[in-house]
Design a protein around this ligand. Structure first.
Ligand SMILES: [Mn+2]
Length: 354
């Protein structure tokens, strides 16, 4: 257990010493997180950006970059308007990456999650600091690695690092708001990945900086459009396949399904968790077709979906993982059903209707 007030792990103590020597030498700092950023990506990116503004005394520039920008539902985060999108300003983002002498990599363990920025990232000569909680980070891609898959979120990790390195005085309500957001979203509102007391200690610390958890909850969870509500109804009534004996449920959405309701990937954030709301279901999946590929999200109450995702070329966490498959929906669905052991089986609603 990593206790806030008790001890620091040995590997982190060494890393922190290195961090302390690297930071004053940095002139141009870039912070990166993964494409299709979630609350943890945006929260840790912005929390760390604000921390560096206080502590990187010799830096001429500190720039947060996301491969495809800050998603609409997190643009209320303090400082979100400063995030550059590599989709919108590819040349500027590439230049910043190539000229940076220090690059923070938050909430991803492999450059493949950087989408179009991957090649530039691999060419970039700056020192690379990883702060992350995914399984099996690609260690050769980073110079300094803070990685712990036991920790709830990258935001929790950043909270712990700030506290360890600079003490409580370096937090403020903007930083706390960003970090609390990632802590809250990566644990599904403190529902999973939060079995360590450290997670709640981090939340307690952040809440002490005058933030409003109810307001943050409303901004994260209670923002559905009518189209999205209608789509959820459609998803649950028309697109949920249930395999009771295999304790498995899955959604599969074609491009046509999405066009019909005028919704996209951001609107499906969290929908995969509905599979696990059924009492006996322990594994859930959501497949969403894009042009030329299909995204797969996997969740479980028991077992390990990270291993399943790895078989599809993806990864993530033990209880939540995903992959992007270079196939249309039908072929991806075939593969996923095979992996889940439900190929050639009728869904429960089909059995009930017979
Ligand atoms: Mn995360």
């Amino acid at each position: 257990m990593r206790g806030y007030s008790t001890h620091i792990e040995d590997s982190d103590t060494q890393n922190i010493a290195t961090f302390r020597t690297w930071l004053p030498e940095a002139r141009r700092i870039v912070l990166l997180s993964h494409m299709n950023a979630d609350g943890d990506a945006c929260g840790s990116l912005l929390g760390m950006t604000m921390l560096l503004e206080q502590e990187a005394h010799n830096a001429l520039s500190i720039t947060p970059i996301l491969p495809n920008g800050c998603p609409r539902n997190f643009r209320w985060l303090p400082g979100a308007d400063r995030i550059l999108s590599a989709d919108e300003e590819p040349h500027r983002c590439r230049q910043l990456l190539l000229t940076a002498d220090l690059i923070f990599c938050l909430d991803f363990g492999s450059s493949s999650r950087l989408d179009k920025l991957q090649k530039t990232f691999l060419r970039a000569k700056g020192r690379k600091v990883l702060i992350d909680h995914h399984h099996d980070p690609d260690r050769k891609e980073f110079g300094l690695i803070f990685s712990d898959p036991q920790i709830s979120s990258t935001c929790e990790y950043v909270t712990w690092l700030i506290k360890s390195i600079y003490g409580r005085s370096d937090f403020n309500s903007d930083i706390a708001r960003c970090l609390y957001t990632g802590l809250r979203t990566d644990t599904g509102g403190f529902a999973f990945s939060c079995s360590q007391p450290d997670c709640f200690e981090a939340a307690a610390l952040l809440v002490s900086y005058d933030i409003d958890p109810a307001d943050i909850h409303n901004r994260i969870a209670n923002t559905f459009t009518l189209n999205r509500m209608r789509f959820y109804g459609f998803a649950l009534s028309q697109r949920l396949q249930v395999y009771l004996l295999q304790k498995t449920a899955l959604f599969a959405f074609s491009l046509d399904d999405q066009r019909r309701f005028g919704i996209g990937g951001e609107d499906m954030e969290g929908l995969v968790n509905y599979t696990l709301m059924m009492e006996d279901i322990t594994v859930g999946a959501l497949l969403r077709e894009e042009v030329g590929r299909t995204k797969v999200s996997l969740r479980c109450k028991e077992g390990d979906v990270n291993a399943l995702a790895a078989q599809l070329g993806g990864g993530g966490h033990t209880k939540a993982a995903g992959a992007t498959c270079p196939w249309p929906l039908a072929k991806t669905l075939d593969r996923v059903r095979h992996l889940l052991g439900v190929n050639n089986l009728p869904s429960a609603d089909i059995i009930m209707n017979e």
